[in-house]
Write a protein that binds this ligand. Structure first.
Ligand code: GLN
Length: 306
């Protein structure tokens, strides 16, 4: 089967699942998203793009952004980053606070909210939030090879207004000394990165360097060192779906990162980057239909890393 046929058949297979699960409503701007949206995009190392459904419509990538900010922060501070963030699956919800107290304010990994807030703080590095946000945006534009990639200011504002949990996590970590910057500045960066708006086509293209040992296969630019690409993939596999990471590895068998906007980026090393979007979430805050789409795609292509 060609990849175009595979994505078309995956779309057919998951159509009955669309509308199941619940759209994230703790961020009011996300609650307004049409739950019937579904997009799939596969970007291959040769520059090919195979899409189905609403693959060209931009959506809030939310926590999928944590993959890109981690790549950017590792490029800046290197392995020192691991003094402030761990590398173990948390086994807890994405916004859980309980582990932080027991573990002296060091978040388990960079993909739960607490860990990603620390990564935002590392990128901020005592600077101005607007400049750090602009740096993250230009990184995404470069990776997607598309200057139209944008941040949805309404989503960022909506999160800032209702982000009580993130505020708690950040203040708690500040008390332990894990956060350097003023909490308000660090969270300003975090909320804006979560409000990055990309289509499945743009997101798959942006993730392609992770499928190609850290080099963008189209522009031939190195984004991260090869060993870092491997490690980011390892973290996506072990931590990318919070307390459902084991289930995702079991069902899909690819490194993946989800977001509460309903998007998931999955990496098939040496082959492709895949992005899916369906806003209905399961109980762990991961896309219900999107996970099934990736499960089907991995089965049809045989792309599991195992
Ligand atoms: N912006 C969201 C939050 O901080 C991101 C969570 C997610 O996508 N899992 O709550």
């Amino acid at each position: 089967m060609t990849l175009d046929a595979v994505v078309a058949s995956v779309l057919d297979r998951i159509t009955p699942e669309i509308g199941q699960g619940r759209v994230a409503d703790y961020i009011p701007a996300l609650a307004r998203v049409d739950p019937s949206k579904i997009g799939i995009a596969v970007a291959t190392l040769d520059g090919g793009l195979h899409t189905a459904g609403d693959a060209h419509e931009a959506f809030s990538i939310q926590s999928v952004s944590k993959v890109f900010t981690l790549a950017l922060a590792l490029g800046k501070v290197g392995s020192d980053l691991w003094q402030r963030v761990g590398r173990e699956p948390s086994g807890s919800a994405f916004n859980s606070i309980v582990q932080l107290e027991r573990e002296s304010g060091i978040p388990r990994n960079p993909f739960i909210n607490a860990g990603a807030i620390v990564v935002s703080d590392i990128l901020l590095a005592g600077g101005r939030p607007k400049e750090t946000t602009a740096e993250i945006l230009s990184f995404l534009r470069r990776l997607a090879d598309d200057d139209t990639v944008a941040i949805d200011a309404e989503v960022a504002a909506s999160e800032a207004e209702t982000g009580y949990r993130n505020l708690s996590l950040a203040n708690f970590m500040k008390a332990f000394g894990t956060i350097d910057g003023p909490v308000a500045d660090t969270l300003d960066v975090y909320f804006h990165q979560c409000a990055l708006s990309l289509s499945c086509a743009q997101l798959a293209r942006a993730g392609l360097f992770l499928a190609n040992r850290g080099v963008d296969p189209v522009t031939r630019q190195r984004v991260v060192a090869e060993y870092r690409a491997r490690r980011i993939n390892a973290l996506m596999m072990t931590c990318g779906h919070y307390d459902a990471s084991g289930d995702f590895a079991f069902r899909v068998g690819l490194p993946g990162k989800s977001g509460v906007g309903g998007g998931i980026l999955a990496i098939a090393p040496g082959r492709a980057a895949v992005a899916v979007w369906s806003p209905g979430l399961n109980d762990s805050g991961n896309s219900h239909a999107g996970t099934i789409a990736l499960e089907e795609l991995a089965r049809e292509t045989g792309w599991s890393v195992f």
